[in-house]
Ligand binder design. Structure first.
Ligand code: PHE
Length: 336
């Protein structure tokens, strides 16, 4: 008889069910509107009257039992799914954590701070000017008149006929002296701009300017100061050489070299086999520059110097392309 067959099959089939979707299918198959058990009730119409109550009760009992077992099975499956999910999401709290990457100062800033420290220790203070400058402070006040050929030494970014972005930190010299009476003892680190772009030149780079003005300052003070500075920066064993040169705002002027710190002075690729590496420009401040700020060159004198930071960082760390400093590539920056 149909009922008995169903009652036999249904339990075995239920055991096989492994997930909630299959369970729902099973429910529909037996208890749905057209389900096997539901259909049994509908077939009662053809039965003898006295058989109906007994049959009906048997079907209802079975239906209830199946429904109960479905609920149980559903609970079991849900629990199984929950445990599986938990296992999947397990965290091993004993695993070592990921290290946070600590930032650090840019190599240019590091060299700059090293230089600042040396001069701060010698009693200098730090001065600042403007990156956007006028012709007067960048050129004119520094004894570089409009038609002076030395303007070609620094290819200028002009903003308009009178305004530019400074080509050197020397523009800070007159800014400071205009505001302050001697003695002056400052350094001025900062960005400068020149229309120039290749592996050793960047349109924006950094300089540190130095300026000392007082009564009786001589070339001897310049030599002493820069020798101490360069030996502190590059090592006590370096030799320092002063070479005559020309800048419109200093007289006499010189360029200063240190013995090559790669080969010790015997000659190598870094020093182009000269044994020397050029580091900075300097000189005694030109009387015209002093006059322009209202100082009396008969009463006070001084020296100035200026150096490029990128160049020093490149030489020191063996970097052959200046553009690496400004590309923000962490693979490069992390090395410093
Ligand atoms: N301003 C010069 C340059 O940019 C460097 C310099 C500064 C030279 C001070 C002499 C005195 O090349």
């Amino acid at each position: 008889m149909e009922l008995k067959k169903i009652a036999r099959d249904v339990w075995a089939e239920l055991e096989e069910i492994g997930d909630l979707a299959a369970l729902e299918k099973f429910r529909v198959k037996y208890l749905g509107k057209k389900g096997a058990i539901t259909s049994l009730l509908r077939s009662m119409g053809n039965m003898a009257k006295e058989e109906r109550p007994i049959f009906g009760k048997a079907v209802n009992d079975l239906s209830k039992q199946v429904e109960e077992r479905i609920l149980l099975r559903e609970a079991e499956l849900k629990e199984k799914a929950r445990l599986f999910q938990l296992k999947k999401e397990t965290l091993d709290v004993t695993l070592p954590g990921r290290k946070a990457i600590l930032g650090h100062r840019h190599p240019i800033k590091q060299v700059m701070e090293e230089i600042e420290t040396i001069f701060l220790n010698m009693g200098y203070t730090i001065a600042e000017g403007f990156e956007v400058e006028d012709d007067y402070h960048n050129f004119e006040a520094l004894n570089i008149p409009k038609d002076h050929p030395s303007r070609d030494m620094q290819d200028t970014f002009w903003i308009d006929t009178d305004v530019l972005i400074r080509t050197h930190t020397s523009s800070v010299q007159s800014r400071v002296m205009e505001k302050q009476n001697p003695p002056v003892r400052i350094i001025a680190p900062g960005r400068v701009y020149r229309c120039d772009d290749d592996v050793t030149h960047s349109p924006m780079f950094h300089q540190v300017e130095g300026l000392v003005i007082d009564q009786g300052i001589t070339f001897g003070d310049l030599k002493w100061t820069l020798t101490i500075f360069l030996k502190t920066l590059f090592g006590e064993e370096r030799e320092v050489r002063f070479r005559p040169s020309y800048f419109p705002f200093t007289e006499p002027s010189c360029e200063v070299d240190v013995s090559c710190f790669a080969c010790g002075g015997v000659g190598c690729r870094l020093c182009k086999h000269t044994g020397w590496i050029e580091i900075l420009g300097s000189g005694l401040v030109h009387p015209n520059v002093l006059r322009n700020v209202g100082y009396n060159p008969m009463e006070v004198s001084g020296f100035a110097f200026g150096l490029g930071i990128e160049r020093i960082a490149m030489l020191r760390y063996g970097i052959d392309d200046i553009r690496l400093f400004f590309e923000s590539d962490m693979r490069f920056l992390r090395q410093f």
